[in-house]
Design a protein around this ligand. Structure first.
Ligand SMILES: CC(C)(COP(=O)(O)OP(=O)(O)OC[C@H]1O[C@@H](n2cnc3c(N)ncnc32)[C@H](O)[C@@H]1OP(=O)(O)O)[C@@H](O)C(=O)NCCC(=O)NCCS
Ligand SMILES: CC(=O)OP(=O)(O)O
Length: 337
C-alpha cells in the first residue's frame, strides 16, 4: 500500500521543523488544514492575511497564534519593506516600479512567496481561493525555476479509494494543472520531471505512459505524432527511464488490455506515471478519476521551481491542505537548498 505524503513524512521526520507559508490564512479549510499539520508535527505554519480575519478564524476553530502558528499581515508586517525592495530588484527589468512592487508585496500571494524566496519559509501553499493561473504565475515570478530546469510544470498524486477496483494503484497525472498545450519537447520534459517526482513522492520506480487516443499506431494524426516524438525525445535524453507510448489510458492501466493492445511493452498495463498530451486531457482526466473513481487527488504539485510552492484546487478540503503541506516539506527534504 502506497503511503500518502503525511504518512511518509511522519515516518521520516526532518531534522529541523520546517515552516510553510499559507497565502489564504483566513480561509476555514486552510486554517483547519494548518492546525492539523501543526498538531501532527509536520510543520510550523505562517498564516498570511488580514490579521483580524486570520485571528477570528483561528478563534472560531478553538485556536490562536503561538506554538508554531504565526500570523503575518502584509499590510503591517515589518518584513514588507524588505520584501518590496527585493521584489522591485527582481521585477525591475519587467518595468515594475517601487510603488507597484510595494502594492504587489502587500498581496498575500506575493508576500507568502517572498517569505520563501527570502528564506523565512521552506515552501508555500495557496490556491484554495486564488486561481491556479495566479498561484503559478506568482511562484514562477517570485521563486523562479530551479537552475537547469527545462520548465515549470505540475502533476497530481492520485490515490485509490479504500474499496478500490482491481488494478487500482497510486499514480502521478501530469500535466493536469499548468502547461496548456505542450509541444513534443515540452511533453518529454514534463515526463522526465514527473519521473523524478514519482521517486520523491510515491517512492516507486516510474513506469511512464505517454497517453493518446491511439495505441501503437492504431490511429494516424498529428496529435499522435506529437506524442511519439515526445517519447523519442524522452528516450534520447533519458535512456534509463522505462517509458512507452503512444498508449490509450486502458492500455496503460489495465494489464490484460496492455497485453493485447501493446504486446511486449514493459509499461503497458502497469504505468504509474500518466503523461497527458495537453491540459484539456490532464485536467479533465484527473477530475473524472477523482469525482467518479473516488480517487484522492493531491495537487497541482509544481515541479521545476527553485523552492517548493504548491497550488490547491478551489474545491479542496482541509485534509487536502494538510496533505499539500506535507508534500511541500517532502519536496524541500528531497532538494535541500
Ligand atoms: C502558468 C500560466 C499562468 C502562465 O500564463 P501567463 O501568465 O499568461 O503566461 P506568460 O507567458 O505571461 O508567463 C508569465 C511568466 O511565467 C513564465 N512562464 C510561463 N509558463 C512557464 C513555464 N511552464 N515554465 C517556466 N516559466 C513559465 C513566463 O516566462 C513569464 O515570466 P516573466 O513574467 O518573468 O516574463 C498559464 O500557463 C496558465 O494559466 N496555465 C493554466 C492554469 C490553469 O488554469 N489550470 C487549470 C486549473 S489547475
Ligand atoms: C487544479 C484545478 O483544476 O484547480 P481549480 O479546481 O481551482 O480550477
Amino acid at each position: 500500500m502506497t503511503r500518502t505524503p503525511i504518512e511518509l513524512l511522519l515516518s521520516e521526520a526532518p531534522a529541523a521543523r520546517p515552516t510553510v507559508s499559507l497565502s489564504e490564512g483566513s480561509d476555514p479549510r486552510v486554517v483547519a488544514g494548518a492546525l492539523a499539520a501543526r498538531k501532527a508535527g509536520i510543520a510550523d505554519v505562517i498564516l498570511v492575511g488580514a490579521a483580524d480575519a486570520v485571528a477570528a478564524e483561528l478563534h472560531a476553530q478553538g485556536s490562536a497564534a503561538g506554538h508554531g502558528i504565526s500570523i503575518h499581515d502584509p499590510a503591517t508586517s515589518p518584513l514588507t519593506t524588505e520584501f518590496s525592495t527585493a521584489y522591485h530588484d527582481l521585477r525591475r527589468h519587467k518595468g515594475v516600479d517601487e510603488a507597484t512592487a510595494r502594492k504587489a508585496v502587500e498581496t498575500p500571494l506575493v508576500y507568502a512567496a517572498m517569505l520563501v524566496r527570502q528564506g523565512h519559509a521552506t515552501g508555500t501553499v495557496g490556491g484554495a481561493v486564488a486561481t491556479t493561473s495566479d498561484v503559478v504565475r506568482t511562484a514562477i515570478q517570485v521563486i523562479g525555476p530551479a537552475p537547469g530546469a527545462a520548465m515549470v510544470s505540475s502533476f497530481f498524486l492520485m490515490y485509490p479509494p479504500e474499496r478500490a477496483t482491481p488494478n487500482a494503484r497510486a499514480m502521478l497525472y501530469s500535466d493536469s494543472g499548468l502547461v496548456i498545450d505542450p509541444d513534443a519537447d515540452e511533453l518529454a520534459a514534463i515526463a522526465a520531471a514527473s519521473a523524478t517526482s514519482c521517486r520523491a513522492l510515491l517512492r516507486q520506480e516510474p513506469k511512464i505512459a505517454m497517453l493518446s487516443f491511439s495505441t501503437k499506431g492504431s490511429a494516424r494524426h498529428d496529435k499522435v505524432t506529437k506524442v511519439t516524438n515526445a517519447l523519442a525525445k524522452l528516450k534520447l535524453d533519458h535512456p534509463e527511464l522505462q517509458a512507452d507510448g503512444e498508449l490509450q489510458f486502458d492500455a496503460a492501466f489495465v494489464p490484460s488490455v496492455g497485453t493485447s493492445k501493446a504486446p511486449g511493452s514493459d509499461v503497458a498495463g502497469q504505468a504509474n506515471v500518466m503523461i497527458f498530451p495537453n491540459l484539456d486531457a490532464g485536467n479533465i482526466g484527473y477530475k473524472i478519476t477523482q469525482r467518479l473513481g473516488g480517487y484522492t487527488a493531491i495537487g497541482p504539485i509544481l515541479q521545476g521551481l527553485a523552492k517548493p510552492a504548491n497550488d490547491l484546487s478551489r474545491g479542496c478540503t482541509a485534509s487536502d491542505v494538510t496533505q499539500m503541506i506535507a508534500v511541500t516539506v517532502l519536496q524541500a527534504m528531497a532538494n535541500p537548498t
